[in-house]
Write a protein that binds this ligand. Sequence first.
Ligand code: CA
Length: 702
Amino acid sequence: MRRRGLSIIFIALVLLVQGCSRGDPTVAGAANRLINAASEPQNWLTHGGTYAEQRFSSLTAISTANIDQLGLAWATDLQSERGQESTPLVVDGTMYVTLAWSKVVALDAATGAEKWRYDPKVPGRFGVSACCDVVNRGAAYDDGRIFVGTIDGRLIALDARTGALLWSQLTVDQSKPYTITGAPRVAKGLVLIGNGGAEYGVRGFVSAYNATTGKLAWRFYTVPGDPARRDGAASDAILEKLARPTWFGDAYYRYGGGGTVWDSIVYDPDLDRVYIGVGNGGPWNRKIRSEDKGDNLFVGSIVALDAKSGAYVWHYQETPGDTWDFTSTQQMILATLPIDGKPRRLILHAPKNGFFYVIDRDSGKLISAEKFAPANWASAVDSKTGRPIENPDARFQAKPFLATIGASGAHNWQPMAFSPKTGLVYIPAQEIPFLYVKDTKFAYRKDLWNLGVDMMSTPLPDTPTAIAGMKQALQGRLIAWDPVRQKEVWRASHAGTWNGGVLATAGDLVFQGLSDGTFRAYRADNGKEVWKFDAQTGLLPGPISYSVGGVQYIAITAGNGGGFALALPSFDAPRAQPPARMLAFRIGGTSTLPPLSAAPANPIMKVAGEWSEGQIAEGASHYGQVCAACHGMGTLSAGIIPDLRRSGALGDRAAWRTVVIDGALADRGMANFAKYLTPAQAEAVRGYVAQQAAKAIARGGK
Ligand code: CA
């Protein structure tokens, strides 16, 4: 495989409850409200709109007939830096938004005026454990309480009216690099929460806490742990019976095994079950994790659990023996649709691996699976066994494998939507090639990325042309998919962008934001673009719709960031970064955003230095392994996290050491890196950054 040809390959570091039967006396009135969320279209009561998580609004005041009159009603500066991925909630005229660093803000949903703000004060040092920025995807609401998970692993309950803290519960072992970025869900008085960290070396699990007291009700681990220890969890028996026989060697429990439940958790009120989307194996490379053998249950699976006890009900593994970071954490939609003429209760799922799955949620059996993206790791899914038919080269042990769909996934966390009117699922899909090269020098490093895949094997782009080529390799597309016929109906293509989440409405519209800062509306039936707004900054979260005083609004959280944005460099020019905002639109809205202007940036530093070539090469290697995921490939920052070539500390050996080794900026998210770098290695990194700064100045960078 020619290296030069690979320079355009994007190797970006992404890397990243109606349930009860009728008359059940345990269901309080508040729980009934969530069960009947669809009857309150003026509100957006749960993360996905209703328990079915279809992200469909039945409001019709904004429609294909008047979409040309949709304008900005209000925009509120959220006072937050870094990535925004939050789907807001709206409850009786108040909007609840989570922000970077797990902060929460309540706004008047009609005016955008701030009502209260809560800061969980996550210590900045925990930022280093977040693979893909210190984002948060949303809160949960139930019975006057707001629930949010924090980057450092707490689950917090707030008074929805005042923002006052009601309780806080530590949900993880903080000595391990766990993080929470996903939205909690509430079902029958239990708050459900998972966590992330599979790139670093953790063991995934989901927990349920009593919504009133914060007391742990049950926990389910997704992968087996140390056989010498018992968890005392709901998963104990099933892990020994079903899962442990699918794992080999001892590396998996020494390294964690992965399988984190970092996004999708769905309550099924019809069956009183919880479905969890389980993440990738850790380390990625199954050779290291499990002697390259076994299905490694329950990584890459959907697992159904009893809502009350957390007991296992069924599982369906979409990616047996995952070795590609193919998570099944992507959002699940519940729907009842006709299959062979009979209505069936279904889960609709488009995970990273590129297949669209239709699963019977009574039995967990596969009904159908077809590719919605040109995935080359498997040719098809065998409908009899439910297993993928793998490309024999895909496991990259004998030679590298150039995957057309890689670790970024054919669909990532950005939520899709389903319109019961059109019967179509609207998927924010993407095609981002990825070269899998096994890491022949793998050595486990505590608290750092442990992939077993050589992320440094592809040359980093180091010219504007190469970066432009890399961005063009990113093919975002909104796909309208018929889940019954398993066929694409229409697509809107967006080369060079990362797709945002989707909202479908009964006004026959589909709304989607893009990483290029545009917010767009399409006809739900044929994909014709009918409206566009320039939001000045990346729009990745799921949009919502609600109404106050009879006026329908469409709202979306705007703000650059997230794993991918950090990896999309802006080369040598500082990029304008407007504040993160909540944007709300209505028919006849006439507000405007202030003009965008680049904030003054420090110049690229000219540093007189005396580093040997060997030192600089060593620094480049450490930079790639330790610094690049946040500060940008090849020191080319996206401008969201500081561009180190512009750092005041770059020219001062002692200052550099104070920041990198002593953690002088830990409160701002720049952890103490003494655990990961020796002072000499940190100095080598300084040499490399200084050399890259000099190169930038030589080519006219400022
Ligand atoms: Ca992952």
